[in-house]
Design a protein around this ligand. Sequence first.
Ligand code: PLP
Length: 233
Amino acid sequence: MMEPSLNQDDTVVSRYHAVRQMIDAAAIDVGRDPLSVNLLSVSKTFPASDIQTLYHAGVRAFGENRIPELESKAAQLPGDIEWHFIGQLQANKVRRAVRLAACIHSVDSLALLERIDRIAGEENRCPGIFIEINSGEESKSGCHISEAPELVLRAAGMAHVKPLGLMTMSAADATEAEQFRTFEKLAVLQRELAAKGVFLPDLSMGMSGDFKAAIAAGSTWVRIGTAIFGGRS
Ligand SMILES: *Cc1c(COP(=O)(O)O)cnc(C)c1O
């Protein structure tokens, strides 16, 4: 097991706590319970030692977007880390994702959903899944919002996935008002599905640059990389 370096420790842990405080403040601002907003530390591109440092400070949920990187980090780190896969998932990497990830935030097609369900059954797993909705032109990932209800309904009927919610990213150049409108669409869909008897507890929305708008719109999982770990080159 690696020893945390003290300088790094201060930076990553203090940034984590600062982010957590900003999340709590954003929740209180809009009359929400801060405990209803989970913080996913997005550790992609950063070394396992940074994760170990945060682990020592009590953090357990980490987000990765590449399978080889997730595998390499998981092999070096404690087994009770809750890994969330947040990247585009190719069909030929589903088994590796299912073996390691507690949650997959990027399910955007029926083919992928069916494959995850089948392989999770074979692997004796039941990952939490989010249906990813494409809210911007620049990103290729995510389904159209009109396709999401069908995917959620199908997931609700599957034995080896646990449908948790909807996920999206706002456009990089969006204003805060535009971010809010993007995120609010998912909250509206979540309520429409609940009215049909399909309850999704979670909304995975908000990153370093837009988590306030996401929390105002109802996010329960903000996925924060840069504000905790620093910039990625
Ligand atoms: C990288 C990434 C994040 C974190 O983004 P930051 O802007 O660094 O906070 C969140 N979600 C997804 C899907 C990502 O790929």
